[in-house]
Design a protein around this ligand. Structure first.
Ligand SMILES: *Cc1c(COP(=O)(O)O)cnc(C)c1O
Length: 225
């Protein structure tokens, strides 16, 4: 079932890419396993997909103990500063950096273990109060403040949009994140370009890809019968 679900998602990703004239291999699928068991994650790995997204450090540590480096681990949920030490040990990409303070803590802890931690800045483009993330207008200042930190590497932006019945409703938010990324690149605040746009989930990933997403985080469509 899981392998079939993933095949169907991969087809949809390919179709969305085709629609905008982009090679389908350029969009990465992150399988979100917050509700999945270790055997279910094994099925994902057997299907040839190894990027795993987790929301909570405790859950991720247990799954990491079982699966280790057979998967690459993505932290997609809110990160508290007191959990950073554990986070930098296992995650190849932290999607949810939403403050300068958190970025500094990640820099400090990754330095201790001789790592350069890839991160995304989480931006709240919808303005919904319940969502974490910095405001779009503070993104320039935030990136400017952390660019001197040598043990983190900002590689892109991430957003979580409101859940709606019709994905077209959230298209403007995806577009806004892409435009923000492009503006940051144009202003050359960093010595390198921000490449990754982590946006799109089960309900809206096709629209997200049409608006430039190259990393979709999908849970339900992978694991639901
Ligand atoms: C749960 C979750 C997802 C996956 O959502 P689905 O609707 O199950 O695809 C993606 N991103 C984040 C941050 C999540 O918490």
């Amino acid at each position: 079932m899981i392998a079939e679900n993933i095949r169907s998602i991969a087809e949809k990703i390919a179709r969305s890419c085709e629609k905008i004239g982009k090679p389908s291999g350029t969009v990465q699928l992150i399988c979100v396993t917050k509700t999945a068991s270790i055997p279910q994650i094994e099925e994902v790995l057997s299907a040839g997909y190894s990027a795993i997204g987790e929301n909570r450090i405790q859950d991720a540590l247990i799954k990491y103990d079982a699966l280790g480096d057979r998967a690459t681990w993505h932290l997609i949920g809110h990160l508290q500063t007191n959990k950073v030490k554990d986070a930098v040990k296992i995650f190849s990409l932290i999607h949810s950096v939403d403050s300068i303070r958190l970025a500094r803590e990640i820099d400090k802890e990754s330095k201790k273990i001789g790592k350069r931690q890839d991160i995304l800045i989480q931006v709240n483009v919808s303005g919904e109060e319940t969502k974490f993330g910095i405001t779009p207008s503070s993104a320039f200042e935030c990136i400017d403040a952390i660019r001197s930190l040598t043990s983190i590497n900002v590689v892109g932006l991430m957003t979580i949009v409101p859940e709606v019945a019709d994905a077209e409703t959230v298209r403007p938010f995806f577009k806004a994140l892409r435009e923000l990324r492009d503006a940051i690149n144009t202003k050359q605040i960093l010595p390198h370009e921000l490449r990754i746009l982590s946006m799109g989930m089960t309900n809206d990933f096709e629209v997200a890809i049409e608006e430039g997403s190259n990393m979709v985080r999908i849970g339900r469509a992978v694991f639901q019968p």
